[in-house]
Design a protein. Structure first.
Length: 346
């Protein structure tokens, strides 16, 4: 357990299942722990992170101010309870990735915060209050190119000679999975080495959606070339990024969207829709391609271009790697957030 007197920041995570927000906490805390006294609280986090129970977070001594850094409505509400009802000395900070108008209750919670961070300029525009924009980064010590891609593919039971296209995250319509399957159905007969790999959880309410896609795949005779691997351990997700030749993020809408950065850090070019922060992360034509959201024809054309140009893929992969290392390393994100903590505690 982290010693109470050493705690300057508490980062709650009030969700048991892996989500983008949880992944952000898991990524950032190790980098921030060397900069400031930070601990997590709540369920669903790996044991190696510094951690206190929610009960301990509610009883921290009143001898100093600490930052309560929320990323969800429930966490903002709990921070308010700790401060107003239990008298804990928490400065309240909220990070927002949402690119939509907030509900009345969320707006009220946002107004109670001492400071705000937005993960993109667009997300900041919906907050109706001043916010510091801090883009997400990735740990380039974890996300890095494979030393031997073919050997890695054999270990993962993937075809070492295929042109592998990846799409990682929860499998549902919002993520544009059906659009990507549609592109594969249109392209794969002309590109016999191409294969498509999905990783991510399929929830019960999305099972019919996936079953319908698999019927279409079977009718096209492509069952052995379009793979739904389900939810994988985190370290295996990283290895699958490293095994890809092209990554596609075809979401219809997105809060921030970290998967393109993770792929590019592994020297994999990305085709993505113009949603979330993708336009900020991807240099169109250099590290990948940007297409309109929910545009089947544009997505198919962009993937076709990358399938037909292996030299272009390799050059874009190198450019993507350099772009992430120069502009989106997690150390920069961690430092910028810690600077905000220190401003609140000053």
């Amino acid at each position: 357990m982290t010693e109470p007197n050493e705690i300057e920041v508490v980062a709650p995570n009030l969700k048991r299942r892996l989500s983008g927000v949880t992944a952000t906490v898991v990524r950032l805390i190790p980098a921030q722990a060397g900069m400031i006294g930070i601990t997590t609280t709540g369920p669903g986090l790996p044991p190696e992170l510094p951690h206190i129970t929610l009960a301990q977070a509610a009883r921290l001594p009143r001898n100093r101010w600490r930052v309560w850094h929320s990323r969800r409505n429930t966490e903002m509400a709990l921070g308010l309870i700790f401060r107003r009802l239990l008298g804990r000395r928490y400065k309240l900070l909220f990070t927002s990735a949402a690119q939509r108008h907030h509900t009345g209750f969320t707006k009220w919670l946002i107004r109670q915060q001492d400071a705000l961070i937005a993960t993109s300029p667009k997300a900041a525009s919906y907050l109706e209050r001043e916010a510091k924009v801090i883009l997400h980064g990735v740990d380039t010590n974890v996300f890095r190119p494979a030393e031997d891609k073919q050997a890695l593919r054999r270990e993962l039971d993937l075809d070492p000679d295929a042109v592998l296209i990846g799409c990682f995250g929860r499998v549902r319509a919002q993520k544009g999975v059906d659009l990507l399957v549609g592109a594969a159905l249109a392209l794969f007969h002309a590109h016999p080495k191409a294969q498509l790999v999905f990783t991510g959880r399929i929830t019960r309410d999305n099972q019919d959606f996936v079953d319908d896609l698999q019927k279409q795949i079977g009718a096209a005779g492509l069952t052995d070339r379009i793979h739904f691997l389900g939810e994988l351990p985190w370290e295996d997700v990283v290895r699958h990024y490293q095994a890809m030749d092209l990554f596609v993020a075809p979401a219809r809408w997105e809060g921030f969207g970290l998967t393109p950065l993770e792929a590019m850090a592994c020297a994999v070019p990305v085709v993505a829709t113009r949603v979330g922060a993708f336009e900020t992360l991807i240099k169109d034509g250099e590290t990948g391609s940007l297409v309109p959201a929910d545009d089947q024809d544009a997505l198919t054309a962009a993937i076709r271009d990358w399938l037909q140009n292996p030299d272009k893929r390799q050059a874009a992969g190198r450019a993507a790697l350099n772009h992430v290392r120069q502009n989106h390393d997690i150390e920069g994100e961690a430092r910028a957030i810690v600077d905000t903590y220190r401003e609140l505690l000053a």
